[in-house]
Design a protein around this ligand. Structure first.
Ligand code: HEM
Length: 444
């Protein structure tokens, strides 16, 4: 692909000192969407940082793939989340990241990931049992519960005695403190008792307790060892002792958090959108209620045999990508399009904006899973899992989970959520804040 010599359209600052910080902070998605009217390459200022919003596919490809060594994951993101993620895959850079990615990659190969399919199916059955006799559930809560249970079992290879209510409370604490923490222009050190810092520190301590008790339980378990991400990571990493424990802790916290809320958010939006589109729900029922869902042993088979399910998930992730924005810091003056981006500037890529390009997705606001029947899009035009070297390591697992959970629930239940206009909270992931109360009934 030839990179076009695009000029970045400059948005006027709304404040002499703060630049466009106020409208950006007040409504990040609305702000990003409104900038799309000015073209696929935009620049503006947030306080003292020059920001480029890149949506042109060739430029996106340059940032994420071709010149990715000049664009490192947003440094302020890593700094603000250090206490939570430590030196895990999400927040490391350079040689440290390369080593970790290489070490973790085998555990996420399709062949290894397929071994988790029975866990996913088993947890769907448990959820169905919990729902037995229920008529009302909070679907966001239920999706968070099932994805947390699945990722816990995939990580530790065993069921932990987890107080799910406490875990959910911790997640809520984290989610409420992380959004403002990431967007606030001035970094406040974690120890300062201001803003969400106190809440954040408490939540991290609770996450730590859970992760360390999981590692301990797994190390002490003498029973038959099930395959697990932890076992793979332990086999791949060397030395013993406390440094090993804290290193494992960082990897596991990263996998637990990156792999749980994202999938839960996707599934929640799926049920909400299907309630607004009963004909799609009926199509899905026809597909999954005549199928033996326990028979699948890989994602390709699911894609071929359950095209309606697969396309619904793709369409949900188009409209409501859990990772709605990600950033890269420019580490040396770099040419992008017709612009020279100065070291220290920030490049933002927003799947939420890119997925609404009417030239690629006609009638983009419309939930239309059937559009995927004849759609040929590149990895820079549709990127719910990002692209390039830092692409989501859990993509395959996420697709397996999302398809099997959606199919497994709809095979057993009619689920109807509220149909008000969807309201969303852009925290670290995108979350639905209404329509999550669902009526459930055993399906026919
Ligand atoms: C629907 C579900 C998911 C979505 C939408 C999603 C999305 C993403 C995105 C957009 C990124 C890259 C951000 C960037 O380029 O800066 C990412 C990275 C990552 N994801 Fe996912 N993810 C999902 C599920 C998972 C799962 C199930 C796991 C693991 C269990 C996982 C683990 C990770 C990790 C470790 C990274 C960092 C990779 C690196 O920097 O090398 N994700 N994810």
């Amino acid at each position: 692909m030839n990179e076009p010599r695009l000029i970045a359209h400059s948005l006027p600052s709304s404040h002499l000192l703060w630049g466009n910080l106020k409208p950006f902070m007040a409504d990040i998605l609305g702000y990003l969407e409104s900038t799309a009217n000015f073209g696929p390459f935009i620049q503006f200022r947030l306080f003292n940082t020059r920001v480029y919003l890149v949506s042109d596919p060739e430029l996106v490809n340059t940032v994420l793939t071709n010149k990715s060594q000049s664009f490192v994951r947003n440094r302020s993101f890593a700094k603000r989340l250090r206490r939570l993620f430590g030196h895990g895959l999400l927040t490391s850079e350079g040689d440290e990241w390369k080593r970790l990615r290489k070490l973790s990659a085998p555990a996420f190969q399709p062949k290894s990931t397929n071994t988790y399919i029975p866990i996913i199916n088993d947890e769907v059955k448990k959820l169905a049992k919990d729902w037995d006799g229920c008529t009302q559930v909070d679907i966001a809560h239920e999706m968070s519960k099932i994805t947390a249970r699945i990722i816990t079992r995939c990580i530790f290879g065993m069921e932990l005695e987890v107080d799910m209510a406490e875990m959910e409370d911790t997640m809520d604490q984290l989610m409420s403190s992380l959004g403002p923490r990431l967007r606030y222009p001035i970094y406040t050190p974690d120890w300062l008792p201001v803003g969400g810092n106190v809440l954040y520190r408490k939540a991290v301590k609770r996450v730590d307790r859970f992760i360390y008790s999981g590692i301990q339980a797994r190390l002490a378990d003498n029973g038959e060892q099930q395959p697990s991400l932890l076992a793979d990571l332990m086999a791949a990493s060397g030395n013993d002792g406390d440094s090993r424990k804290s290193h494992l802790r960082d990897q596991i916290v990263t996998l637990f958090l990156a792999g749980h809320e994202t999938t839960a958010s996707t599934l929640t939006f799926a049920f909400i959108l299907l309630s607004k589109h009963p004909q799609q729900f009926a199509k899905l029922c026809a597909e999954v209620r005549s199928c033996n869902l326990d028979a699948f042993d890989n994602l390709n088979a699911i894609r071929e045999s359950l095209p309606v399910t697969y396309n619904i998930i793709r369409e949900v992730m188009r409209l409501y990508p859990a990772g709605y924005i990600f950033g890269r810091t420019v580490i040396n003056d770099t040419q992008l399009g017709a612009e020279t981006l100065k070291k220290g500037s920030l490049v933002m890529v927003s799947p939420y904006v890119i997925h609404r390009n009417p030239d690629v997705f006609p009638n983009p606001e419309q939930f239309d899973p059937d559009r995927w029947l004849n759609l040929d899009v590149s990895r820079s035009q549709y990127l719910p899992f990002s692209a390039g070297a830092r692409t989501c390591i859990g993509e395959y697992l996420a697709m397996l989970e999302a398809c099997l959970i959606l199919a497994g629930i709809v095979a057993r239940f009619d689920v109807t959520c509220g149909t008000d206009p969807i309201s969303i909270m852009p925290a670290i992931t995108l979350r639905a804040t209404n329509n999550t109360k669902a009526t459930i009934a055993v399906g026919e």
